[in-house]
Design a protein around this ligand. Structure first.
Ligand code: IPM
Ligand code: MG
Length: 357
């Protein structure tokens, strides 16, 4: 198979983690006989520096031509207080490509329980998927500010809610048949529409799925007190943004969470959930697993390469099992970005060789 992958490595640790993800992609190509043509473009702070635009037209064009987009991270505090912000490039790209749903899998690993501040008995068997609406709500509503007043508006249409809930219910069919829809329906009108729409979609189209509703404030608590009870959590843009960072605590670090942003068709944008981490950028110590696991999601959702995706995930699991824990997971260790990347490559190679033997 031949495919075009757009790589937007972006700011901070983005380039470092993308480099390891691309090593994995290249190795897979070698082992499984695929050609991944990689083309790069700028986004975020690096694009503001080069072109005064966090999302240059050439970047959008490349992404449209590509089968999938791999993104590192955007953001840097030196842009704080400015009108042109790196984050705006990512928000615009999601919208330009109509990537309206974001999948954030949260799976705990036995070898990482020490890295989480949550007691191990709560972490056992946690395997959930946050399905976040990605192109609506507060991040895209009308906004404004003057010196002493500012506003952001949250707007959702029934159609925007329905398409995300539908994806959540479809995924639930292949998992534990359980969807938890999260809102703030005791206060917000958008949340009441969200709840009503979710109930209708589930009842009319997915009679075998159990749909439960939760309020976002209590969900924030349940996520750490009984995380194993949930399977699919579907929610609006900002709640999903917040709950997914919280859920990272279950796994042990934000450095472990991959994500896939999808729309209509196969093309998707894949990025670690973590940010640009400017405090450790350039030191070669960032955790590359979220970026590598994002490659696994890319293989699965955009290229239809299920076995290859599973091989990458198994190689990461094996590397964790063998103790290759970057510093965000084990501050006493000396596993840097490239060592973790190499650990994954070696395990990929070993399983591919064993599979052919
Ligand atoms: C995320 C990030 C982004 C978001 C930022 C960088 C715009 O926090 O992907 O979770 O808010 O969506
Ligand atoms: Mg976030």
């Amino acid at each position: 198979m031949r495919s075009l992958i757009a790589v937007l490595s972006g700011d901070g640790v983005g380039p470092e983690v993308c480099e390891q993800a691309l090593r994995v992609l290249e190795k897979l190509g070698e082992l499984y006989g695929h050609t991944f043509e990689v083309r790069r473009a700028a986004i975020g702070g690096e694009a503001i520096d080069a072109a005064d635009d966090p999302l240059p037209a050439a970047t959008v064009e490349l992404c449209r031509d590509a089968d999938a987009v791999l993104l590192g991270a955007v953001g840097h505090p030196r842009f704080d207080g400015q009108d042109l912000r790196p984050e705006n490039g990512l928000l615009r790209l999601r919208s330009e490509l109509e990537l309206f749903v974001n999948l954030r899998p949260i799976r705990t690993h036995e070898s990482l329980t020490d890295a989480s501040p949550i007691r191990p008995e709560y972490l056992h068997g946690v395997d959930l998927m946050i399905v976040r609406e990605l192109t609506g709500g507060l991040y895209y509503g009308e906004r404004g500010r003057d010196a002493d007043r500012a506003f952001d508006t949250c707007v959702y249409t029934r159609a925007e809610i329905a398409r995300v809930v539908r994806i959540a219910c479809q995924m639930a069919g292949e998992r534990r048949q359980l969807v938890t829809s999260v809102d703030k329906a005791n206060v917000l009108d958008t949340s009441r529409l969200w709840r009503e729409t979710a109930s209708t979609i589930a009842a009319d189209e997915f009679p075998d799925i159990t749909l439960e509703h939760g309020l976002v404030d209590s969900m924030a608590m349940h996520l750490v007190t009984r995380p194993a009870d949930f399977d699919i959590i579907v929610t609006e843009n900002m709640f999903g943004d917040i709950l997914s960072d919280e859920a990272a605590v279950l796994v042990g670090s934000l450095g472990m969470l991959p994500s896939a942003s999808l729309g209509i068709g196969q093309r998707g944008l894949y990025e670690p959930v973590h940010g640009s981490a400017p405090d450790i950028a350039g030191q070669g110590v960032a955790n590359p697993y979220a970026a590598i696991l994002s490659v696994a999601m890319l293989l699965r959702h955009s290229l239809g390469l299920q076995a290859e995706a599973a091989a990458v995930e198994a190689a990461v699991d094996a590397a964790l099992h063998d103790g290759f824990l970057p510093r965000d997971l084990d501050s006493t260790g000396a596993i840097d970005t490239a060592i973790a990347g190499s650990a994954v490559l070696e395990r990929l190679q070993a399983t591919a060789v064993a599979g052919k033997a």
